[in-house]
Design a protein around this ligand. Structure first.
Ligand code: NOJ
Length: 562
């Protein structure tokens, strides 16, 4: 984007920090955002029609979850063709119009890049599977069965069941760390890498402003394929020895000569702080920031769907460790939900009695950390989790496979498995966006591909914006603050009262300015001493209309300038 306006690049020369240090990203999950043609599935036309809404919110970047042609086994994370748009979402010319419209409003567009795997319907895989001597055979991971005919190793797929599927045509197994319709590409083959880089360059030439890279630390494998290596904390199948080499090569091949213009964020399950420093150190030229998973793994037991109570102290001290770890080199992404995670207000707040208060509390806390905040569609109006009464209503391959496996193979009780899906399932985030109180929440005039959350008559954009305690309005202020205030964007972070069981308190300092956040993460008032005396300090922003200056009320959050 060259002609940036209010949110863009022009005035970024005033500081050496890259533009994305002051940016806020909004994630659109296209299937569920807005449907313009009445087929019940969101599309590019729908997104275009809502750009005014996003401009009003003030976001700088839209990250689009995948819109490429796909059989949609994993809602587009199984790509059949990297060069086109799925007709369900529109056409390439619709895409060009979306990019042009967004750019004219100063909003950049970041594409999802899903290159750990393709769809099994991708032409590359079709060729690869056709014979053992096909030139593209080595573009994927094929292995002969073990002597007893079983899979080459015991790895399991992230979506239940084995990570290898036998292909009858050639009698060999192929690797898929996700669904069997998502075969893993072999990044050790230089032709694969060059094909991906060429594709990325074509999207940049088309006008996109960067990439969110799906499970990008999985592209480098430990190709010895050792039994047991993809279980538990070890995650031996991520971060293979060539990961940094591949990302540096990608950076050179795709972004050379265009440095600084783009945003790259690598989704990296299992990434540690030490690794993240290496990935995001600008001198190493790999990615601008990573999505780490530690803070969203604290409230799960042995298994993702095994929901356990959140230890609040563990959460804030974990995020503080990431702040400290990337303070000198590297950069954090900041998120509390996305299309794979439950809604933040249901998970970390009180989505009934204090829905608005807890939604805005977490907005303030997150956006005042150092890093680039990501808002997931609907978060800005405090949308909540959904509780469908039967698995029949669920559409997510991960939840459905997990349910089947647990109930049918491991004899778990359907009610207990459903409870896990209610708490952790990905469809919590994927029900349609609530625009208004009309039928299907104004998302579609047709039949939505997944049921709308029944609470849409109360929780929707129109109602929120008409309310005197609008969550949208509060997010708008948070975003504006990051644009205006260098301390919010770049200030040093210090966690205060780290072991306090309900108080989230920290400072951000830059030059002579110190900002203080105090937040009461509780249904009860907080009338203890704050870790810093705020007498005489100016209130910059608070999430209750009438600031009493007294004890913090339930889920009250305040930002002071000391
Ligand atoms: C991570 C994506 O965010 C998720 O939605 C997807 O299912 C997997 N990667 C596989 O692509």
């Amino acid at each position: 984007m060259t002609d940036a306006t209010e949110n863009g690049t022009k005035d970024d020369t005033s500081t050496a920090a890259p533009w994305w240090t002051r940016a806020v990203v909004y994630q659109v999950y296209p299937r569920s955002f807005a449907d313009s043609d009445g087929d019940g599935i969101g599309d590019l036309g729908g997104i275009r029609s809502r750009l005014g809404y996003l401009a009003k919110l003030g976001v700088d970047v839209i990250w689009l979850s995948p819109v490429y042609p796909s059989p949609q086994h994993d809602n587009g994370y199984d790509i059949r063709d990297y060069e086109d748009i799925d007709p369900v979402f529109g056409s390439l010319s619709d895409f060009d119009e979306l990019v042009a419209d967004a750019h004219s409003r100063g909003i950049r567009i970041v594409m999802d890049l899903v290159v750990n795997h393709t769809s099994d319907e991708h032409a590359w895989f079709q060729e690869s599977r056709s014979s053992t001597d096909n030139p593209k055979r080595d573009w994927y991971w094929w292995r002969a069965p073990r002597e007893d005919g079983s899979a080459p190793n015991d790895w399991t797929s992230a979506f239940s069941g084995p990570a290898w599927t036998l292909d009858e045509a050639t009698g060999e197994y192929y690797l898929h760390l996700f669904a069997k319709q998502q075969p893993d590409l072999n990044w050790e083959n230089p032709d694969v890498r060059q094909a991906v880089y060429a594709m990325m360059r074509r999207w940049l030439d088309r006008g996109v402003d960067g990439f969110r890279m799906d499970v990008i630390n999985l592209i480098a494998k430990r190709a010895e394929f050792i039994d047991g290596e993809n279980r538990g904390a070890g995650l031996g199948f991520t971060m293979g020895p060539q990961i940094h080499e591949f990302l540096q090569e990608m950076n050179r091949e795709v972004f050379a000569g265009r440095e600084g213009e783009y945003l790259t964020v690598g989704e990296m399950p299992g990434v540690s702080i030490e690794d993240a420093v290496l990935f995001t150190d600008p001198d190493r030229a790999e990615v601008d920031m990573v999505f780490q998973f530690e803070h969203v793994s604290l409230d799960s037991g042995a298994h993702k769907f095994d929901a356990i109570p959140l230890d609040f102290v563990a959460l804030k001290t974990n995020l503080a460790r990431w702040q400290d770890g990337l303070a000198e080199r590297g950069w954090n992404s900041l998120y509390l939900n996305n299309h794979d995670q439950p809604r933040l207000v249901s998970r970390f707040g009180n989505d009934e009695q204090y829905r608005v208060e807890s939604a805005t509390l977490w907005g303030l806390v997150l956006h005042l950390h150092r890093g680039t905040p990501y808002i997931y569609q609907g978060e800005e109006i405090g949308m909540t989790n959904v509780r469908f009464e039967s698995i029949e209503y669920y559409r997510d391959i991960e939840s459905i496979n997990h349910y089947r496996e647990a109930v049918e193979e491991f004899d778990a009780s359907p009610a207990s498995v459903l409870a896990g899906v209610h708490a952790r399932g990905r469809d919590n985030a994927r029900t349609p966006m609530h625009w208004d109180a009309s039928e299907h929440a104004g998302f579609t005039t047709g039949k939505p591909w997944i049921e709308v959350n029944p609470n849409y008559p109360e929780i929707n954009v129109e109602a929120d914006r008409a309310s005197s305690s609008s969550v949208f309005d509060f997010y708008r202020k948070l975003i504006a603050l990051r644009h205006e205030n260098e301390t919010v964007a770049l200030g040093d972070f210090e966690l205060l009262a780290p072991s306090h069981p309900t108080l989230y308190a920290f400072t951000r300092t830059r030059g002579t300015e110190t900002l203080l956040v105090v937040a009461n993460v509780s249904d009860d008032a907080f009338d203890g001493d704050l870790p810093v005396d705020v007498t005489g300090a100016g209130l910059v922003l608070g999430n209750y209309a009438n600031d009493t200056g007294g004890p913090l009320r339930p889920w009250e959050a305040r930002l002071y300038r000391l």
